[in-house]
Design a protein around this ligand. Sequence first.
Ligand code: FES
Ligand SMILES: [Fe+2]
Length: 350
Amino acid sequence: MYLRNAWYMAGWDKDFPADLPQPLTLLDELLVFYRQADGRIAALEDRCCHRLAPLSQGRVEGNDLRCLYHGLKFDAAGRCNDMPGHTSIPKAMKVRSYPVLERYNAVWIWMGDPAKADESLLPDFVGYGSPDWYMAPGRMDYAANYQLIQDNLLDLSHIAWVHRNSFGGGNADTNKAWMEGELHITPLERGVRVERWMPNAATPAHQVAMAGPTCDVLTTFDYLVPGIFLLSSRNYRAGSAQRSGTARPTEEPLHASFTAQAVTPLTARSTCYFFTFGPWSQAAGDGEQMKQSFLALGRQVFEEDRTMLQAQQKVIDADPSRKMLFFDVDKAPVMYHRLVEKLLAAEAQA
Ligand code: FES
Ligand SMILES: [Fe+2]
């Protein structure tokens, strides 16, 4: 079951060149994306209504896409506007079209009822062109259901184990803080917010040069439907956590980094994972070099996740009747599941 009335990330903008229709399976639906002559993106069902040939093997003509099996041509709304050899075109000759947006250096698609497509429901993503952060675009594909990735992101205690030597730096205190640090979990209208102070923590290895060896680290993330993960990590002087309580300090952090990620189901057993990850643009040093080093670190760390989650998927599939048991670390994933169930029920009723 997929949530449909939401904006899914389909790819980075640079992955949709002009004149080249892109086939893409999202939520088990065959789609084709293409850029119209004016540069705007369009998305249609990748299935010509005549003999069901893939439109992605067709040709972009102005703002339209022509099927190269027998020449039917469709506009961005999916209406057939040219049927070779005919002057009148039956109304039934059309294909499904999807609302799309190009925002934050990315292409987003609304997979549900087009009448309900609402731009204001697109979360405040942070693309690789943001002036506030040094970031490069990343993408990984998983042979696993999207829910395993979603639950992994909603419960960062796994950093203490899966990433104990990468993000955790092999530091026992840091890993203990990831596992046992007090969490503040807040329900949001379309997601969940999780905040965690790690007082007097060893600075993550990749930030030591910028923030010093120890500090108080505040990580805050929002996980928003249909799978948008926005996490900031801020390093403050030791003692800030105690002074601030649960509030964010008013002082400037010593250092900050940010990651924006999007989890998009391709099929029931494959998922696309898009990410940006990088330090703030106030960080001293070579911005391009920092972009590339954070991208490489992201790839290394997310590969650790992928190895675990793909193996987890195989165990689940070996006996789908087995149920999971939860404990404290699962509070945020459980809260998010409930929200999605509520939204799915609302979609089913509509
Ligand atoms: S299958 Fe597309 S025109 Fe025939
Ligand atoms: Fe992870």
